[in-house]
Structures are given as C-alpha cells and as structure tokens.
Design a protein around this ligand. Structure first.
Ligand SMILES: [Mg+2]
Length: 315
C-alpha cells in the first residue's frame, strides 16, 4: 500500500511568516490515496522512530474514510509565537478574525513573556488567554511566571506543558495557590506509549495532535483512555494537515475548548487558505494547489528514503 502512495509523493516547502522556534520554513510530504491527501511532515531533525506515528496518520488520511462529524466548523484559537514587537503581534492577531481565544508561546524570558501576554490581553481583553511553555520551566520558574501573569491579566484559561516531567507537573499543582489548569502536550505526544502515561493529579486537559499521535482513530483512543477534556492542535502543518486536524476535532463529541488549528496564519505561503470566519474554520472549504512549491530532486529523494525507512517500522 505504501508503494502506491509513494507513487503520488509530492514534497513541498512552505516559508513561515516569522521565525517559529527556529523554524523558518516547513518541508511537507504529501501522498494521495483513495480518500484524499495525507500529510507526513515530522520536523527534519526527528529520528525515524519519532516519525512512525506521523506516517501512520498520513497513511490513514489517504486510505481511510473520514469519521462522522458532530459539527461542520471548528472554533479556533489564535497562536502567537515568541514575538516581542507590538506591531507584529497586532498584525498577526488581526489574521485570526474573530478568535475568542489566544495561545501565547512563552518560556524563555520572564520580562518579554509577561509583556507579550499583556499585549495580547490588551488587544483582546475579552478573549481567553492560554500559554504554551513546551516544558521549559522548572517548578520554581513556573510559579514565578504564573503568579506574574496572574498579577498582569488575571487567571489564564490554562497553561500547556509548563514543566517537562509528570512529577514536576504534580508538584506545581500541589504548590500553586491560584486556580490553574494544566494541559498535557509533549508528555503525551513524545511518550513511547501515550497510553501508559498516568496523568492523575498532573494534568486537566489533553492536547491532541493528529500526526504525532498516529491518526484520528488513535487520537480518539488516547482521549478516551485518559478521559479528560481535549484540545485539538496543529503541528504547524500545511492546509492539508490542518484539514485532517479539523476532521479530528469535528469527530469529538464533547469539544469544549477552542482548537489550535489556525496556524496557517504562521505560514507566508500555503497550499490553500483556510478562511477564519467569526473565530471558526469550516471543514471542506479548500482545494489544494501544490504547483510551484516542490522541493529540489535531492530533497524529494531524501523524503522518499525517510518514508521507506519509517514505513518498515510500522509495517
Ligand atoms: Mg504545545
């Protein structure tokens, strides 16, 4: 089956609008099957083992029918990377038309981070604000930062992966004296087995990213296993990968949080543009155009080799 998909392989490159955690362009492999395009876009530095669920997701997208939908449009959050320029933040926020929630990337510098969170809040005082730390803080740093944000803007909607380990997340929850919800991202997504992670007293919300979790069905299974509210989020994918994330979000009965699926705003070129209307993205609105975006033949070969190696791991 993978051979058939490989015959349709296109690899494209998409420049990002700003430097997003060191990423200035995304290379994205796309394969077309009987049920549409599947996206395989693990970051370039990931080893083959980490890429395995990403490939399983791409194969599922190309070869399995989409699940039944509970809704046809998904409420999204605006994602604000580690920008510090007031005008740049404002311009980016405007691209998330009508978003009622913003997720702010923080973690590397207390002064800049507090200012960024405060700027987003002052531009959108009625919006819910969540922050994503990518596990960068120690428990003490988490306490310092979270109290500082609380002073500045009041309670956050939640904090995503404030510390790296389960023990630290539990300690943070025990020690903090303000209301706090924790969302688990890397601790699930990068676990050798996401089903074996015990989130008791460590997290309140599970982040679901369809590619790193191995597809829609496996994401739904992981959500059911942990029994916590979920937020569907992107892995900075092309509009094709985003569309698959929208399908995952649409297939979840109890979807109470806005989803991080508007990251198309962070790309300066994409295969299609998802329109954001009143803070929501509707499913099924794109017709991808790949022409003019292809990588060089040697990059195409690099991806082909990568897919064949990873394919053997999941065969
Ligand atoms: Mg995250």
């Amino acid at each position: 089956m993978l051979d058939d998909l490989l015959a349709t392989l296109r690899v494209i490159t998409l420049p990002t609008r700003t430097n997003f955690r060191g990423v200035t362009y995304r290379e994205v492999a796309l394969m077309q099957g009987p049920h549409g395009w599947g996206e395989f876009s693990p970051f370039l530095e990931y080893d083959d083992n980490e890429c395995a669920p990403w490939l399983a997701s791409a194969i599922e997208a190309a070869t399995v029918a989409r699940p039944a939908r509970f809704r046809d449009a998904i409420a999204i959050n605006g994602t604000i990377p580690e920008l510090n320029d007031k005008k740049e933040i404002e311009a980016l926020m405007q691209t998330y038309s009508g978003a009622k929630t913003f997720k702010v990337k923080v973690g590397s510098n207390l002064t800049d981070d507090v200012m960024r969170v405060a700027r987003v809040f002052s531009n959108a005082p009625k919006a819910a604000i969540r922050v994503d730390v990518n596990g960068l803080w120690s428990v003490d740093e988490a306490l310092t930062h979270l109290y500082a944000y609380y002073e500045e803007i009041g309670p956050l909607e939640y904090v995503e992966q404030p510390c790296a380990t389960i023990e630290e997340l539990r300690e943070l929850k025990r020690k903090i004296k303000i209301p706090l919800r924790i969302a688990a991202d890397e601790i699930i997504r990068k676990a050798p087995d996401p089903f074996k992670v015990d989130l008791t007293d460590a997290a309140d919300i599970v982040m679901l990213k369809v590619q790193p979790l191995g597809g829609i069905q496996r994401s739904l299974d992981i959500a059911a296993h942990h029994g916590l509210p979920v937020v569907v989020s992107s892995a900075l994918e092309s509009a094709i990968g985003i569309e698959y994330g929208l399908e995952l979000a649409a297939s979840i009965k109890d979807l109470t949080f806005d989803c991080g699926l508007a990251t198309g705003s962070l790309l300066s070129t994409d295969v299609a543009n998802h329109k954001i209307l009143d803070g929501k993205i509707a499913l099924g609105q794109i017709s991808p155009q790949l022409d003019g975006l292809d990588v060089s033949p040697d990059r195409l070969q690099w991806w082909k080799n990568r897919i064949m190696r990873v394919g053997k791991l999941i065969a």
